[in-house]
Write a protein that binds this ligand. Structure first.
Ligand code: GLT
Ligand code: MN
Ligand code: MN
Length: 394
């Protein structure tokens, strides 16, 4: 294996405690691997070249632990971070595992459940801030329905907005520098989750009181479950400066949330994603951590888990190198070259004016000649595949 693609902390790769720590449980069977404690996970991640580790409150502090136990666990974890040089760029709340959240958390019908969800999240935000996290993720695992008549979906939407507005206020009031990143998913565990795609989230954010501190955390698997293009969702978030975080993994279309090793499925989608994130096609790069929200196959023992983690990071770096070579390729550049038109360019950019409308109205366009022109996209796509398959470029 080429060392050129070995991960190093400067690559800013991160994993959740729940990802490499996943013991292989599924709806049809129990765990196949021993549970790893946070100290063991962080040391293992440091060894394979990761930069940081992310967590839910309950990944570190078991639900219901006393304040003393909490403080002891946090102190021990901070010692592990110091020993390994690992950081915690992102934190989040588990608002889905406990029975109290069976009908949702922020959108539940019972006000006591909604109050408990806010209380748990405020404590988890305190924990994230204490650990130095810059981003706080919200994944509404249980925010959805099977029996849709149980509430007006507009009420759910308003409750979600109330909760995020309140928590933004809490973060500001505490003087934390955290930003929020909202993660969409179309279904699972609920029959229909509210705010099912990154596009829904982006609109929802525009309605928030403190919209400037809220962005998105798109996940490959979740957008692919909806049958949508993940690079397009990420591009829209980037275009609005709302890509605050990202969950990288692999997923086959139309399946349950597989959370597979990054790049193990749909390599073309992964290539186009990296091209976008790393800016090899031009434009601004994504500068946040590269987070893998994935887990090893259920067939694996602990050695397989670390092979999985290395695989996610190596594939990212390999695809990055391939994307760079593709965008440097003179034939690709020629095919993608803009067609500057001194007369038309000013008419097509930057909004409306009466003068532009008059000029556009009077234009003569040779519709047949324009329509006859071949665009060369077959050749372009073949070049992409040849770079991706490693038979062209460096
Ligand atoms: C859970 C979910 C992920 C979310 C995590 C953050 S928890 O594992 O499947 O997609 O990103 O809450
Ligand atoms: Mn995720
Ligand atoms: Mn997922």
């Amino acid at each position: 294996m080429s060392a050129r693609f070995d991960p190093v902390p400067d690559d800013r790769f991160t994993f959740g405690l729940w990802t490499v720590g996943n013991p292989g449980r599924d709806p049809f069977g129990g765990p196949v691997r021993a549970t790893m404690d946070p100290d063991h996970i962080v040391r293992g991640l440091a060894k394979v070249g990761a930069y940081g580790v992310n967590l839910h409150d309950d990944d570190l502090i078991p639900f219901g632990a006393s304040a003393r136990e909490r403080d002891r666990l946090v102190a021990a974890f901070q010692q592990t971070l110091r020993d390994t040089g690992m950081v915690v760029p992102m934190a989040t709340t588990n608002l889905f595992s406990q029975p109290i959240f069976k009908d949702g958390a922020f959108t539940a019908n019972d006000p006591q459940v909604r109050a408990f969800a806010l209380q748990k999240t405020m404590r988890a935000i305190d924990l994230g801030a204490e650990l130095g996290a810059a981003t706080y993720v919200f994944w509404g695992g249980r925010e959805g329905t099977e029996a849709d008549a149980c509430r007006d979906p507009r009420t759910a939407w308003n409750r979600m907005r109330d909760a995020i507005d309140f928590l933004c206020g809490y973060v500001k009031d505490q003087g934390y520098g955290l930003r929020f990143a909202l993660e969409a998913k179309p279904n699972e565990p609920r029959g229909d989750n509210y705010l099912p795609t990154t596009g829904h989230m982006l609109h929802f954010i525009s309605t928030l009181e403190h919209h400037e501190m809220v962005g998105v955390n798109p996940e490959v698997a979740h957008e692919v479950m909806s049958g949508l293009s993940f690079p397009h969702a990420v591009a829209q978030a980037m275009a609005c400066d709302k890509l605050f975080h990202i969950d990288l993994n692999g997923q086959k279309i139309g399946r349950y949330d597989q959370d597979l090793r990054f790049g193990s499925e749909d390599q073309k989608g992964a290539f186009l994603l990296i091209r976008l994130l790393e800016g090899t096609l031009g434009g601004k790069r994504y500068d946040g951590p590269r987070h893998f929200d994935a887990h090893a196959y259920r067939t694996e023992d602990e050695a397989g888990v670390w092979a999985f983690a290395r695989g996610c990071m190596r594939t990212y770096k390999i695809l990055h190198a391939r994307a760079e070579a593709f965008d440097r390729d003179p034939e690709v550049r020629a095919l993608l070259a803009e067609q500057p038109d001194a007369a038309l360019d000013p008419l097509l950019a930057a909004g409306y004016s009466r003068g532009k409308a008059d000029a556009l109205g009077k234009l003569t366009i040779d519709v047949d000649a324009v329509a006859r022109r071949g665009l060369g996209y077959e050749r372009l796509d073949q070049l992409l595949l040849e770079h991706l398959l490693g038979v062209r470029g460096g």
